[in-house]
Design a protein around this ligand. Sequence first.
Ligand SMILES: *Cc1c(COP(=O)(O)O)cnc(C)c1O
Length: 387
Amino acid sequence: MHKISTKLVNGGNDAAMQQINTINPPLHRASTVLFDSYSDMLKANCGQFEGIEYGTSGLAAQKAFESAMVELDGSYGCKAFQSGISAIAMVLMAFTRQGDHILICDNVYGPTRHFCDGFLSKYGVKTDYLPSSAGADVIDFIRDETKLIFMESPGSNTFEIQDVPAITSICREKGVVSVIDNTWATPLYMNPFELGVDISIQSATKYITGHSDILLGTVSTNERYWETFKKCCGLFEAFAPQEDCYQALRGLRTLAVRLKHHELAALDVATWLSEHDMVDAVIHPALANHPQHELWKRDFKGSSGLFGFTLKEEFEDMDHSLFVDNLGLFGLGYSWGGYKSLITGGKFMRTNHFGYEGKTIFRLNIGMEDVDDLKQDLSKSLQKLKK
Ligand SMILES: *Cc1c(COP(=O)(O)O)cnc(C)c1O
């Protein structure tokens, strides 16, 4: 019989290894993963082991979530990361090298821009910005060194749509990698691979997990770019936390129902706001007056719960905290896609000319509250600007 210390180290492990056939994937906590034999370890030592060799390889919950995303995206492979921005950074690092030039849509998520300007630039990768509503005109921006085009449609805060198929067909012709941040639509409302995109990114922090309590990102690629991408992830030993992958998989189970609610509730509030006497423009791709509404109708199957609006000229220079700080149901905070309604606001900077220069754009995340209560909250708080 073993002595006490040995019992403490090994007790219970055999029972824990028993396979219990739960409906959801097991949650492993592991750095070390045990090999069945020394010969497997020798294979792992020289990178030839096919199975899971270490915690960073991606454990059960991560694999389960990634394989669900492959099915949903219709991609060849998918990898999960600890946040949306780390997913974005990995793509940008995997497909660029010193001397390359990349093109990023101007309405891209702020931290994506900061990563290009502040990090890639250090390694000799030059970034230029495309107009937010770019299409076939990308041809004028492509140089011999252009390696990658990064789209986000609709883009952050200003919600312009790009002509994705026009861009991807040029990318194909020129051998440029096409990437899209598809967080707003999710794979349910827009399928990038059907529009010729090579790589699709999700901030699963938003709709996929849906409860504002998790940070997670995914990258799905087509067959052509999978090996290159996988190799770069391997060098970083990038992985995603198990509990978060588990919750993301759980989020997928209800995504269609939640997204439908966000869609209808946001359309209701957006339509109401567009008739409000203090509102100048409602910026929502599914409204007929959006400048790229026809493109949205052609390429998207639905809209989600995030949109913007501006106030009429006479309210522009007022102290907007009178409005925002009086809101009772809208939390003042970043991120979106969760059950609670949120507001952000500010003046947005772009490299190229765009339609809202100098204007404050308020951005609403419409959550799961009763829509009439939300409208009343907005209405009451907007009135505060009137006196
Ligand atoms: C939030 C967001 C991201 C980044 O996601 P995190 O998980 O918060 O890092 C990327 N793209 C878009 C469009 C986003 O809104």
